[in-house]
Write a protein that binds this ligand. Structure first.
Ligand SMILES: *[C@@H]1O[C@H](CO)[C@@H](O)[C@H](O)[C@H]1NC(C)=O
Ligand SMILES: *[C@@H]1O[C@H](CO)[C@@H](O)[C@H](O)[C@H]1NC(C)=O
Ligand SMILES: *[C@@H]1O[C@H](CO)[C@@H](O)[C@H](O)[C@H]1NC(C)=O
Length: 429
């Protein structure tokens, strides 16, 4: 009897307990199990935003794009007409908002809302990043020309998200002069100001846009620095005996590329059996060489090298004069141009300023078309003008030296280093 009553009481408690649990389950309000993660995705990719809700019961989950104040989905229905959005759910807990091929306007805060009373919600952020892109129409075109010593500003504009940073470099890896004071390997900014640009700053520049989203992009801008031709004559006086071959040369700098040629006796020198010309070009520099074969009396005189471009014209002149044939054995004589060439290869080119001929219709420093051979005095003056350390010689032979000549040579040597053997007037001039 008592046993039965006890059992029935136990049953009652159990039933009550079950009812209680059931009631509790029914009345337990929905709650978010975890926050919505912040999602970063590149433009055009797909993104998923999860919202995890416990005890959803009969309530419904809605997704709202706060930035556009737009209801995206309610329960299993897509409300927005933007076809990129869809929703899926699994085990009634995780509600996943899908965005296919995200666009920039999809960026922003998304709210996951449950229609309890009062409603509950949480937000997550969808970040849409965009790789950098250079805006060609707003940037400097790919080739620009500027006159030397003028200012030029190179501009590069880029978009992307986050806003890209722009960096400038020279393609050949040389430094960029900033404000003509310091040189940097890379310069940051949308604009690169090249002030009083020099010919050494000619070349390709790259602007590189980066924002941490691959790939980085760059634009190549070629800067042409234009200037009228300049000529530098390494040896203005060249002596050689009749019957030999001699090579004379002029070094030019010009941009745009110059037309260069040689003139003798007012006639343009054309390549023949007698003459051969050779021009070695290196960027805006060119080395013009003229070889005259089997020198005859009529070949001595003044040769002019002329260089012309759209900005101007200039010329250099070289006096070729006759010296006697060596009477001594060859050993005592030859310091020919080959030695000269070798000597110059190993020594760096001397500073050009002193001997550069600036563009001018006539340069009084270099007498033209004078048949008079140079005097010793003139040679010394010229020797002093010559930069120190240049061991090149214009003349081909040294003959016997008299005592006064030897002294002049010695003085010249002390002053300037070896330059030019004195002219020995033996042929009646
Ligand atoms: C998402 O980013 C916001 C700031 O933009 C921050 O307040 C929030 O805590 C982040 N949420 C998560 C889950 O990292
Ligand atoms: C170039 O820029 C420098 C420095 O900004 C200025 O002094 C100079 O006047 C400018 N030259 C020209 C031609 O604009
Ligand atoms: C570059 O030059 C432009 C004008 O051409 C000027 O507005 C700008 O401030 C200069 N930038 C720098 C860094 O000097």
């Amino acid at each position: 009897m008592a046993d039965r009553r006890r059992r029935s009481r136990y049953l009652t408690i159990s039933v009550l307990h079950i009812i209680m649990i059931m009631c509790q389950a029914l009345t337990d309000e929905p709650r978010f199990a975890e926050p919505i993660p912040n999602v970063t995705v590149a433009l055009g990719r797909d993104a998923n935003l999860p919202c995890v809700v416990e005890n959803l019961g009969q309530h419904k989950v809605a997704w709202i794009h706060i930035d556009r104040q737009m209801i995206v989905t309610i329960h299993r229905h897509v409300i927005t007409r933007i076809p990129r959005f869809s929703v899926s759910y699994d085990n009634q807990k995780t509600w996943l908002l899908h965005v296919n091929g995200v666009q920039q306007q999809d960026r922003g805060y998304y709210m996951c809302q449950v229609n309890t009373n009062p409603m509950i919600s949480q937000v997550g952020y969808l970040q849409v990043v965009v790789p950098p892109n250079i805006l060609d129409s707003m940037s400097t075109q790919s080739t620009v020309a500027v006159r030397e010593n003028q200012n030029i500003t190179l501009t590069c504009k880029a978009d992307g998200f986050p806003t890209p940073k722009l960096r400038w470099k020279r393609e050949d890896g040389q430094g960029i002069s900033v404000d003509r004071r310091k040189k940097v390997l890379a310069y940051e900014g949308e604009q690169l100001n090249l002030t009083r640009i020099s010919r050494t700053e000619m070349g390709a520049y790259l602007c590189i846009a980066t924002n941490g989203v691959p790939p980085s992009v760059s634009k190549r801008i070629t800067v042409d620095v234009e200037f009228s031709p300049m000529i530098w004559v390494p040896n203005q006086l060249v002596g050689a005996p009749a019957g030999t071959d001699v090579t004379i040369d002029c070094q030019t700098e010009a941009h745009p590329r110059a037309i260069s040629y040689w003139v003798f006796n007012s006639v343009m020198v054309l390549p023949t059996k007698k003459y051969s010309t050779e021009t070695t070009e290196n960027s805006y520099r060119a080395d013009m060489k003229l070889t005259i074969r089997n020198l005859q009396p009529g070949d001595f005189g003044s040769y002019r090298c002329i260089s012309k471009n759209s900005l101007g014209e200039t010329e250099g002149s070289i006096r070729l004069y006759e010296i006697p044939k060596p009477s001594a054995p060859p050993k005592a004589t030859e310091i020919k141009s080959s030695a000269n060439k070798e000597g110059r290869k190993s020594t760096p080119a001397p500073p050009k300023r002193q001997t550069t001929i600036w563009p001018a219709p006539y340069n009084p420093q270099y007498p033209r078309r004078t048949e008079r051979p140079p005097t010793n005095e003139e040679q010394i003056v010229r020797a002093e003008q010559k930069p120190r350390g240049d061991a090149s010689t214009g003349s081909a032979y040294i003959v016997r030296w008299s005592a006064p000549q030897l002294m002049i040579v010695a003085v010249q040597y002390i002053l300037t280093g070896p330059y030019m053997p004195p002219y020995i007037p033996q042929n009646g001039n």
